[in-house]
Design a protein around this ligand. Structure first.
Ligand code: SF4
Ligand code: SF4
Length: 241
């Protein structure tokens, strides 16, 4: 985002709306720190500037900066998946897509929310740690998959390292047997991250609508607490594959 300095009257009204703290005063006028701004569009969308000094620049859709907008502006649509928000359906449609099927566990690492934001370098720290431990495939219907340069090392494309976004989700699936091992890997990488994350563990329920005991035990064994969040297929959807 940019603020036209000649138009801005320096009222400061826009500054508290920026989740990145990217709008600051410079010589009694507001300006946007282009490194901090993750192009979420909030400052423009709230429509609070009395003189329309806040404008979206033409380069907001230029790669690699465009990733800031795709991941951070909920009104934009990811170019590679055609999905708004963070570009993935996540586990929300697992009842019909079966991304994580019987005997499998889906893992989703949601980084940066609520409004702290994150560097894409933080994603690489996680994908590298996963790759060192044999997880080389990120969910194909997640835009992060297209950001991977080398699945064997977990390296991201180098031009992405200076980009920041509001939030992103790293998704993968593993066998249930590997759950404890992979949770340990994720736990070990936490000190390297310059942000926060929520960890999702996705599993099909067992007959009687119970959560598999081995999944809960695996989560607790690594010191994570859990809160159930269910999606129940009421028969309106059909398996798509
Ligand atoms: S687009 Fe978002 S991050 Fe950038 S200045 Fe506006 S509110 Fe802040
Ligand atoms: S709301 Fe508009 S006029 Fe006021 S500081 Fe922000 S950009 Fe400048």
């Amino acid at each position: 985002m940019i603020i036209y300095k000649d138009t801005c009257i320096g009222c400061g009204t826009c500054q508290p709306f920026c989740p990145a703290g990217a709008i600051v005063f410079d010589d009694h006028r507001s300006t946007v720190d282009q490194d901090k701004c993750f192009e979420c569009g909030t400052c423009l969308r709230v429509g609070i500037c009395p003189v329309d000094a806040i404008q979206e620049p033409a380069n907001v859709y230029e790669y690699p900066r465009a990733l800031r907008k795709y991941f951070s502006d909920p009104t934009s649509t990811h170019a590679v998946t055609g999905i708004q928000g963070r570009g993935t359906e996540e586990s929300k449609t697992n009842d019909v897509t079966l991304r994580s099927g019987p005997g499998e566990v889906g893992i989703a690492i949601e980084i940066g929310r609520p409004t702290l934001g994150m560097s894409l370098e933080d994603i690489q720290k996680i994908t590298r740690a996963l790759a060192r431990n044999g997880v080389h495939e990120i969910e194909p219907n997640n835009p992060i998959n297209s950001m991977i340069l080398d699945p064997q090392t977990g390296d991201l494309k180098p031009e992405l390292m200076n980009e920041r976004v509001l939030s992103a989700i790293i998704e993968m699936k593993i066998t249930r047997e590997r759950l404890v091992d992979i949770l340990r890997v994720i736990k070990e990488v936490i000190p390297e991250l310059d942000s926060v994350f929520t960890l999702d563990v996705v599993t099909l329920l067992e007959p009687g609508l119970t959560i598999p005991a081995e999944v809960l035990a695996g989560i607790e064994s690594q010191g994570f607490s859990w809160r159930p969040n269910a999606k129940i297929n009421m028969g309106l959807g059909r398996i798509t594959e």
